[in-house]
Ligand binder design. Sequence first.
Ligand code: UDP
Length: 474
Amino acid sequence: GAESGRPHVALLPSPGMGHIIPLLEMAKRLVLHHGFHVSFITITTEASAAQTQLLRSPNLPSGLHVVELPPADMSTILHDDMTIVQRLCLIVQESLPYIRSVLRENPPQALIVDIFCTDAFQIAKDLSIPAYSFFTAPTALLALSLYLPTMDREIEGEYVDLPKPVQVPGCNAIRTEDLLDQVRNRKIEEYKWYLLSVSRLPMAVGIFVNTWEDLEPVWLRGLRENSFFQQIPIPPVLPIGPLIKEDEPLTDFDNDCIEWLDKQPPDSVLFITLGSGGTLTSTQLTELAWGLELSQQRFILVVRTPSDASASGAFFNVGNNVMKAEAYLPQGFMERTQEVGLVIPSWAPQVTVLRHPSTGGFLSHCGWNSTLESISHGVPMIAWPLYAEQRMNATMLTEEVGVAVRPVVGEGKNVVGREEIERVVRLVMEGEEGKEMRRRVRELQSSALATLKPGGPSFEALSEVAGTWTTTAH
Ligand code: UDP
């Protein structure tokens, strides 16, 4: 079923920008560097405007074909109290018949599925299509996830109550307070869905990971060499990253933001945005705004309607901000900071901002894409984890990699106070520690560039596997 004689592969991302972005980058590389025709199968949800814009961008290379599945009827299946993973898995499950028919009509030489789409492995098996997984989170989480079925069998009670950190065989220990949301309560559906999704990973022919050797050496070595993983056995783990969004369509509003950045000195602006869905409580947003003001540093602050109920309050409705920023920022904040700051509602062109020479720091929720984007552009971080595996990422960035500082939460409180925010902002933007973090992150930036070039480990890892697909005509 190849178009114009090119070999054909299909990619199946989970809904959500954090998944679509890296899989789309992989798709582009397969088209541009390796001569493939790619079907990019997307599951339709109440997508954000940014997601629609990305998938309908006129700049996608020809040879990359976006296949939008018909929306499954979720009206009787989804409930307001469901968590993200549960929602995603249910949407994928309802979309399986469509996925099957797309694959049957035009069978690819290989199928690459995202973590919450591992249900599709069975379809691939039925249709004799070799199936791979693309893990869009760090190798650290992959290692924990591959270990999870064993933990589930052997450990009684909650993992968060364990007296010691979780020791993933051959890897670093993970503090129980850093464990991802999905495994913090074993009694809820979210855990069951996560466990089910990751327990299917060994069905893959190979697991691509959006990372590279120099960023996570310990974890990659552990997965490859430890006898525990050899015994499961797990398929080859293939680091092909950092695959990040290279360019993004800019609106007039985005262009204003870049023009503002053009007028600021090099490395002087702190960029603040919290992923595709992150939100703060109203108390925390107030403290953040005061901390920024006290620091007297330049900033771009992306604000969303605060949510006291959830740290991912905007996940399914980014861009649907009802209130104006002034309504939930401290009174007079906008006027007092107008010389040094820019407040943007909901969403900013993150990669374009991070690439800009005026940007000198990034206050981030440490989502994996944001992490890779920051490192790839040599920007040190303030780690502000909110949900999913972000606490693990924050610990890795501060303690293993040395490119981030993490603010301390006030004693007995749930809030980072304004003085602490002022401290970390100054530290990153003008302190000696900030300089050291910048040096380290620029080192990693060079290594990220090199690994993706022909001859580099990540480029060659993808190239080698892609080579096996071209020789196995379907
Ligand atoms: N993003 C953006 N502008 C924003 C916030 C996020 O362009 O204001 C993009 C960001 O560049 C990244 C993605 O959205 O590619 C967020 O992915 P990440 O894995 O960091 O977090 P998640 O959204 O999955 O929590």
